[in-house]
Design a binder for this molecule. Structure first.
Ligand SMILES: [Zn+2]
Length: 361
């Protein structure tokens, strides 16, 4: 079972509507903090809201908030909520289509409302699947970002794994790094997705922020961070789409990537310290590749990153085998591009599979 979240912007809400969403969020936040310290939380139903306030508030949101508070209190030991967006389950939040326009409807303080949403081309097939019940709708959150309002609809679906035809079956290794954002290798075929532009633009963002920092322009710094993360996200979506297309075109059935969750990988050396800057964007790229792969019916496995960049195909392991882009084996003299060598090692899982990460998928 695969779960993904679709974020749709509400199409130009009126000032009144935005004020209402804002107010609902404020009430819901206060209510969730009240709930956190309410003795009867475990057995609470939507009726509990009466004890908190006599204002009208949708029971659907109350129920969802009770669930969220219960789970956060238990799992994350949350002490206070800075903000609690209004959530709806699949019974209360509906997606509808009128001709070619998509609308969503949900209960508010006053009544149930239907509002049009902005829908990007790649999102339409998913909304159609929701409408035809091909995928299972989960919970939805109403949230605001930089003055715009969105709904995040989660849904889940079964993926049919591609049956590996033994003669044709291929494994692709993907090395995610700094110089090459991603290097994909299927034995003798390899492809680079350069990270130069991404690195360059991110350094520019960072240097501009340093200047702003000395001038204490906090709002501008925040805006710059948002802009950067939007841009990285878009790039990661684009690259992960291209990678999956490359995999499908080449008859790949299994994708292997390094398990980047381990801190060990990022503390290899001083040189690698720069990677911490890229950590979240690398991790995001990996997640995008994984879910797009799974949607396409490809298997995904994670390998231990321990020796992937140091090991030669002759089996010799030496840190000095790698010098930036160049791989040269100290023992047998084999030469290769360092990232391709790593991608091949990843496809072969030379350091073994990462059990923890592979189990989850
Ligand atoms: Zn060698």
């Amino acid at each position: 079972m695969q779960t993904i979240t679709l974020k749709l912007e509400l199409q130009k809400p009126t000032k009144e509507k935005m004020a209402m969403y804002q107010k609902m969020t404020a009430i819901n936040t206060a209510f969730s903090n009240w709930l956190l310290h309410f003795d009867g939380l475990q057995t609470a139903t939507s009726k509990v809201f009466k004890h908190f306030s006599d204002k009208p508030f949708p029971a659907a949101v109350v129920n969802q908030t009770i669930q969220t508070v219960k789970s956060k209190k238990k799992k994350q030991k949350t002490k206070t909520f800075r903000r609690m967006w209004c959530g709806f389950n699949n019974q209360n939040f509906k997606v509808e289509r009128e001709n070619r326009l998509y609308k969503v409807s949900f209960p508010t303080q006053e009544k149930r409302i239907g509002v049009p949403v902005v829908c990007k081309d790649h999102q339409k097939p998913w909304l159609d699947k929701l409408l035809s019940s091909e995928v299972k709708q989960g919970t939805t959150e109403l949230f605001e970002k930089r003055g715009r309002w969105f709904v995040a609809i989660s849904f889940s679906f079964e993926v049919e794994q591609k049956q590996a035809d033994q003669a044709q079956a291929k494994t692709m290794g993907i090395d995610i790094g700094m110089r090459q954002l991603a290097t994909c290798s299927i034995g003798t075929t390899s492809i680079f997705f350069p990270g130069k532009e991404l690195g360059y633009r991110r350094r520019r963002f960072a240097s501009r922020r340093r200047k702003l920092g000395s001038l204490k322009k906090l709002e501008a710094i925040r805006k710059s961070k948002n802009k950067e993360s939007d841009w990285v996200k878009e790039t990661n979506h684009k690259i992960s789409r291209q990678i999956i297309r490359f995999a499908l075109d080449n008859g790949v059935h299994l994708i292997r990537m390094e398990d980047l969750t381990g801190i060990r990988h990022f503390r290899k050396s001083k040189k690698e310290a720069g990677r911490t800057l890229h950590r979240w964007s690398h991790y995001q790229l990996q997640q995008f590749i994984a879910y797009k792969a799974q949607m396409a019916g490809l298997l995904v496995e994670y390998v231990n990153p321990t020796y992937t960049s140091q090991m030669c195909k002759c089996g010799h392991v030496d840190k000095r085998n790698r010098d930036r882009n160049a791989f040269c084996c100290r023992k047998c003299g084999y030469r290769s591009h360092a990232d391709i060598n790593a991608a091949i090692n990843i496809s072969k899982a030379v350091s073994g599979l990462s059990e923890e990460k592979s189990k989850k998928n």
